[in-house]
Design a protein around this ligand. Sequence first.
Ligand code: FE2
Length: 248
Amino acid sequence: MLFCTGDTHGDFDRFKLRFFPERETMDRSDYVLICGDFGGLWSGTKLDDMALDWLEALPFTTLHVDGNHENYDLLYKLPVEHWNGGKVHRLRPHVLHLMRGQVFNIDGHTFFTMGGAISHDVQDGILDRDDPEFDLKYYYLCREHARFRINHESWWKEELPSDEEYAEAKENLARATHQVDFIITHCAPSSVEDIIGKSTYVHDRLTDFLEEVYHTVTFRHWYCGHYHENKEINSKFTVLYKNVVQVI
Ligand SMILES: [Fe+2]
């Protein structure tokens, strides 16, 4: 079995037995895949360890792609491993980060993974602790209830893929002859984002890349997170937040 869900942001309550009774019949060969904004590595403190140890103690294997709210300084410090045909970071023996641009084979089903997204909550700026005016700017932004984040504390430039990650994605999709069973991303292709946000979201390089994937790759179903809502876009595209849905 493999289930998919949306953003967890370090809060894994939805996997408690009373909310997810399906876990009773699951074992390590079953999976729950989180579509980004996993948030299990965030503060770099014991709080992260407690959350990850709790996940590790669950009966299934937890997988996730990355979103815009991940601590990339911590995530990218982990060694890269190969798992089921693609590259991963192993946060715990049974908690894995599925890296960008990979095609995994899980129980005979292929999954293309492409995490990342642009943050929609930084309209008022990104502060840097090294800025001599940091304290002043922070004070005023807080006073105005502004939407801002702090570099390397709550925002990372790695939220969007690099040239190398796009190149690797294209290479791996070509190797898979542009056919996969499932596509797992954090954000949606541009045209789907238009439906979700009623054309209020600005397209970016990643949503445009995913739009190309949408039209050039044959797939059975696509799941994404990011928009903090559960929505069936059409028979092949599902946006997830707190819902946990069975994929295989
Ligand atoms: Fe999120």
